[in-house]
Design a protein around this ligand. Structure first.
Ligand code: HEM
Length: 492
């Protein structure tokens, strides 16, 4: 199909010539987001590369990506059939499986509604705005105390290791009504080794494109499969417990709510679709899986920038002191009052672009984009990193500068600029956790920074080099330190 005749009047996709069998694998190298950004300068926003024997469409440029994922959303909403994705959640994942038809649509709607009910909807009892605020405030307070305790006992620490449990506890509270101790080995054996997942699930992993590699010994792939099994087993145990204690008049969390929906056996949005029970309840895998590593990585990059740019940290703290003060904890409703903090978060997303590509897409039918003929079933990489570092959109894109998002003399975030930052994807496959994620990052960060000043121990430097993966992380740093900004008040 690669060499197929293209319809008259349409252009053939441009791109570099590939070697036989391996295609452009060697050129891709270890940082495909950088090489593909560079290549797009030669071949344009719509180009084709070849990984192994398989052609891949690579999209760059915000306008082109919007055209494909939003305006021609139906054409580009599929997921490719990739070897590694078949091992995620037994091939049943909402996020990674090849389904993009009616069943996928109904499941996505269910997952969205369940998330909303147990996170951002108004809180029935307490003084909090919503359940999410309640969970995050509690975990962030706990994290502050944990960091201070670590300082006393060890004088320095790796914050990632503790943040990941706190963030996991938030999504656990929403999904399972449960929280884990910071030393829980079962949870740690999953949340602390997600790189075993992220590296294999990254865009352009050779094993997905060169089939012979599937038959060769591969310790990374083996770890990936074991990770997925462990993950599935943990969640299956939790779901089993929920079935055993389920009461239809007391829906405690998302798992209960999904069990209830699977028993009613109807989906509001579309009564024609009969979803198998498992395909409803196992949505929990997608929500939990997507819910902790992403937000932890965002917070972790935030801390890296804060210790690298102490002046920026100070500025955020001054803003928090002036608007929220020290008497009460930050709340979600404070967001519009702290533009500099918002700008910092946007700049962290833009500059790190820690989700360099969306999850790969795939065309659902023959189509045309910018005059190029694009066949059905073509694997598509969407280069978010390129958009966030495009010189046509950003002045000095490699500079870390929150102020680029401010206008009106620094008193407001420029909304239009904020929307140019591409990290949650766009269109039909756009992240369903975006609101939750942005709120969590805001509340964790402001609660930490209200009370703590972060630094690294004397003479140490943090290594900001991103390590390529579905999510890009930085090397862990054991040398973080915190100082209490003022005597801690007991939380209300
Ligand atoms: C999909 C980013 C947090 C649930 C995605 C995609 C991206 C993304 C780039 C793929 C879009 C595409 O394929 O075009 C992020 C970032 C997060 C975050 C940067 C945090 C900073 C969350 C959270 C949840 C979540 C907290 C749920 C609790 C999902 C799900 C999908 C998804 C279920 C798959 C949607 C589908 O395939 O239809 N996210 N996400 N994400 N995200 Fe997120």
């Amino acid at each position: 199909s690669f060499r197929k005749q293209i319809p008259k009047g349409l252009k053939r996709l441009p791109g570099p010539r590939g070697y036989p069998l391996i295609g452009n694998v060697l050129e891709l190298g270890s940082n495909p987001h950088l090489t593909l950004t560079q290549m797009s300068q030669t071949y344009g926003d719509v180009m084709q590369i070849q990984i192994g024997t398989r052609p891949v469409l690579v999209l760059s440029g915000l306008d082109t990506i919007k055209q494909a994922l939003v305006k021609q959303g139906e054409d580009f909403m599929g997921r490719p059939d990739l070897y590694s994705f078949r091992h995620i959640a037994d091939g049943q994942s909402l996020t990674f499986s090849t389904d993009s038809g009616e069943v996928w649509r109904a499941r996505r709607k269910l997952a969205q509604n369940a998330l909303k009910t147990f996170s951002v909807s108004p809180s029935p009892n307490s003084s909090s705005t919503c359940l999410l605020e309640e969970h995050v405030s509690k975990e962030a307070d706990y994290l502050v105390r944990k960091f201070l305790q670590l300082m006393e006992e060890k004088k320095r620490f790796d914050p990632y290791r503790y943040m990941v449990v706190s963030v996991a506890n938030v999504i656990c509270a929403i999904c399972f009504g449960k929280r884990y101790d910071h030393d829980d080995q079962e949870l740690l054996s999953i949340v602390n080794v997600t790189d075993q997942f992220e590296v294999v699930a990254s865009s352009g992993n050779a094993v997905d494109f060169i089939p012979v590699l599937q038959y060769l010994p591969n310790s990374t792939m083996k770890k990936f499969m074991e990770f997925n099994k462990r993950f599935l087993r943990l969640l299956q145990d939790i779901v089993k417990e929920h079935y055993e204690s389920f009461e239809k008049d007391n829906i405690r969390d998302i798992t209960d709510s999904l069990i209830e929906q699977s028993q009613q056996n109807k989906v509001e949005a579309n009564a024609n679709i009969q979803l198998p029970k498992e395909k409803i309840v196992n949505l929990i895998n997608d929500l939990f899986g997507a819910g902790f590593d992403t937000v932890t990585t965002a917070l972790s990059w935030s801390l890296m920038y804060l210790v690298t740019y102490p002046d920026i940290q100070k500025k955020i703290q001054e803003e928090l002191d002036q608007t929220i003060g020290r008497e009460r904890r930050p709340r979600l409703s404070d967001r519009p009052m702290v533009p500099y903090t918002e700008a910092f978060i946007l700049e962290m997303f833009r500059h790190s672009s820690f989700l360099p590509f969306t999850i790969p897409h795939c065309t659902t039918r023959d189509t045309v984009l910018n005059g190029y003929y694009i066949p059905k079933d073509l694997c598509v990489f969407v280069n978010q990193w390129q958009v966030n570092h495009d010189e046509k959109l950003w002045k000095e894109p490699s500079k870390f500068d929150p102020e680029r998002f401010l206008h009106a003399g620094g008193t407001e975030v420029n909304k239009a600029d904020g929307e140019k930052v591409l990290v949650f994807g766009l269109g039909k496959r756009r992240c369903i956790g975006e609101t939750i994620a942005r709120w969590e990052v805001f509340l964790f960060l402001t609660t930490l920074l209200q009370q703590l000043e972060f630094s690294v121990s004397n003479g140490k430097k943090v290594d900001m080099t991103p390590l390529y993966g579905l999510l890009m992380k930085h090397k862990r740093c054991e040398h973080f330190q915190v100082k209490q900004r003022f005597p801690i008040q007991s939380s209300e």
